[in-house]
Ligand binder design. Structure first.
Ligand code: PMV
Length: 318
């Protein structure tokens, strides 16, 4: 049994976060330059069934049997083994590494799940199809998010830009023109589950104002899809700004995110918004190639802990 490795990309939500949890559409794309990787190596000299889990990025070194049932890594391993019909795992080491920042809206948890599911199912001789991989990753995402929409596991598993509606079949986006965004990190870790839960409390207390905002966000997503599919991504800026304003009104922004959005726009960005769960984490900026250095510098001065440019393309050309 040879060692098997698999990877999965990060993702970024371009439009529609939060509203997507309430049945509205959203648009997300993979970021192939940031990836989670799982390597499974056989351990013929270890005790039968001993599965070592190593995740040095989070300081984890454990034996599977010692991890709680609801530990996301343990769940990924156990659900995969069950799904492929190999309940008793051979002795092996599962090593997980990732270049995706944790708790910052880039889908690190889902990417780790997908990498583990892919590597382990292949290691056990039953490589899992993407649809099933995505479904398993969704089950695990429930641990991180509580009530995830499914956009993370879908974008990350298929590795392509998606137009996503929960409980609907995946719709891939046609992107005739690539475009570049800057992704800037507030440096403030934020748990998506907490942001989603806070919004749920607001919504439960008075659903109508939230529903109106969700509808406005849905209209923005439809316009954004049209611009993307007709090759006019440079016109997305105003829609990003509007989407951000709605997210602020929903209470999921933060002073740090507002500072970064303002700094980007003042430095000549075409548009800017928070991305993902909000209340910290990352924001995205639509840029002309030529303005990247100036806007990156403005973001750093406004407190961004890290800024990088990524080009959103139809296919992974990495
Ligand atoms: O924080 P992220 O990037 O994992 O994204 C969360 C997106 C939400 O719409 C807020 C939640 C969801 O499950 O769709």
């Amino acid at each position: 049994m040879p060692a098997v490795a698999a990877t999965a990309p990060a993702k970024i939500i371009l439009f529609g976060e939060h509203a997507v949890v309430y049945g509205r559409p959203a648009i997300a794309a993979p970021i192939h330059q940031l990836r989670a990787r799982a390597v499974i190596s056989p351990e013929p000299f270890h005790q039968v069934g001993e599965v070592q889990i190593q995740a040095p990025d989070v300081g984890l070194q454990a034996v599977l049997a010692d991890l709680e049932d609801n530990h996301p890594l343990a769940m990924a391993v156990r659900l995969t083994a069950k799904a492929v019909g190999v309940p008793h795992l051979p002795a092996c080491t599962i090593r997980i590494t990732s270049t995706i920042p944790i708790a910052s809206g880039l889908g690190s948890g889902a990417a780790v799940s997908v990498a583990v599911i892919r590597a382990l199912s292949a290691f056990l001789g039953h490589p899992m199809p993407d649809s099933e991989t995505s479904q398993l990753a969704f089950e695990i995402d429930k641990l991180y998010h509580g009530t995830p929409s499914g956009i993370d596991n879908t974008t990350i598993t298929f590795g392509l830009p998606v137009f996503f509606e929960r409980d609907r079949a995946i719709q891939l986006l046609r992107l005739p023109c690539p475009f570049t965004i800057l992704i800037a990190d507030t440096g403030i870790p934020s748990l998506t589950a907490a942001a989603v839960n806070d919004l749920r409390i607001t919504w439960l207390a008075d659903p109508l104002p939230c529903e109106r905002i969700f509808d406005s966000i849905a209209a923005i997503v439809m316009k954004a899809r049209d611009l993307l599919e007709t090759g006019k991504p440079e016109e997305l800026g105003p829609l990003m700004n509007e989407n951000h304003k709605h997210l602020s009104d929903l209470g999921v922004s933060s002073p740090e995110l507002e500072r970064l959005v303002d700094a980007a726009l003042n430095a000549g960005a075409l548009g800017a918004k928070l991305s993902g769960g909000g209340k910290g984490g990352n924001m995205i900026v639509l840029v002309d190639q030529g303005s990247i250095p100036k806007i990156s510098e403005a973001l750093s001065r406004a407190g961004a802990s890290r800024t990088f440019a990524t080009t959103i393309i139809q296919q992974n050309q990495a």
